[in-house]
Design a binder for this molecule. Structure first.
Ligand code: A3P
Length: 318
């Protein structure tokens, strides 16, 4: 097996030398791997994923393009699935940043041998930023929850976040440059439209396996969305739970206001691979339409035009 790993490393080194390069947001360069712009460490992670990760049919994945609501959905999923385990007065989320409540596939795949996750009980929850088309075919039997968001809000959120974690030896990324790269599709796990479409198409093919959500819908109807989540994950809320207002408790527990004010999210850190980031960086404003504070009408038209064009005929609007 180590021989296979050596081959994998050779394949990786060869790829990095030969595939197209573009300007990076966090690191100097992103590389275009099978149509998606990835940080090189995630290209290696993807090779490891295909070679060694063994999905179970009961696994549930949260998939998202960065900055689309991953933190929020992680909190909602973990508190929904564990609602019999924790009380709302003394909850797991009081002591753990949502990001660390269940593993990010790609950041667990930094080294060989990979984490085997055998100590996790079913259903195992994972999150990933990989597009559907970069996942191994063996995940077809697993369930996926996908969250997407207005690309303009994603861009603003991502620009702030990436500047926070950007390599210190690189100059700051200006908003104009970020917007330009974003519109060319060059941003981690981008193009955003291909990412969203990869899950949208898969959800049309297998609606029982992929629940497709929008950040804006969760904001507008959080209780209805939590009910959807619970039913999709196989445990709809019961009458008794409704009498105890469990859904309302979950929504309140996971609200931006509540989570962002917890000590663990003000001062705790989230470790991913060798890097770490303050939990507080995952809570900025949590609003719909903050892009209006950063974009001119012309910038808005540019992004909307591209997204409209790319999604045309798909049945999806963002
Ligand atoms: P903003 O930067 O627009 O505020 P991700 O979790 O995918 O990295 O996305 C981060 C975005 O989700 C940030 O958006 C963050 O503020 C917002 N967010 C985090 N927790 C949230 C919550 N509980 N409710 C609503 N939005 C939340």
């Amino acid at each position: 097996e180590d021989g296979d790993y050596i081959k994998l490393c050779e394949e990786y080194n060869c790829l990095i030398e030969t595939i197209p390069k573009g300007n990076g947001w966090r690191v100097k360069h992103l590389h275009n791997y099978n149509g998606f712009w990835l940080n090189p460490i995630y290209i290696k992670a993807n090779l490891l994923l295909h070679a060694y990760f063994k999905p179970h049919p009961t696994d549930i994945f949260l998939a998202s393009f960065m900055k689309s609501g991953t933190t929020w959905l992680k909190a909602l999923m973990i508190s929904t699935i564990n609602r019999h385990r924790y009380s709302f007065s003394d909850h797991h989320l009081h002591y753990h940043g949502p990001q660390s409540t269940f593993p990010f596939l790609e950041t667990e795949l930094h080294s060989y041998p990979i984490t085997d996750f055998t100590d996790m009980s079913a259903p195992r929850l994972f999150s990933t930023h990989f597009p559907r088309t970069l996942l191994p075919p063996s995940v077809t039997s697993c369930k996926f929850i996908y969250i997407c968001r207005d690309p303009k809000d994603v861009l603003v959120s991502k620009w702030f976040f990436m500047n926070k974690i950007r390599d210190k030896d690189l100059p700051p990324l200006s908003f104009d440059e970020a917007l330009d790269l974003f519109c060319q599709g060059i941003s981690d796990f981008g193009p955003i439209w291909e990412h969203v479409l990869s899950y949208w198409r898969a959800s049309l093919d297998a609606p029982d396996k992929i629940l497709f959500l929008k950040y804006e819908e969760v904001k507008e109807q959080p209780e209805a969305m939590v009910r959807k989540l619970a039913a999709f994950m196989g445990e709809p809320f019961t009458k008794e739970e409704d009498e105890k207002r469990v859904v309302e408790n979950i929504v309140n527990m996971c609200s931006f206001e509540n989570l962002s004010n917890l000590e663990v999210n003000k001062t705790g850190v989230f470790k991913f691979g060798k890097a770490e980031v303050g939990n507080r960086e995952f809570f900025r404003k949590g609003k719909i339409g903050d892009w209006q504070n950063y974009m001119t009408e012309e910038m808005k038209e540019r992004i909307d035009g591209i997204i409209h064009e790319k999604l045309k005929g798909s049945g999806l609007t963002l």
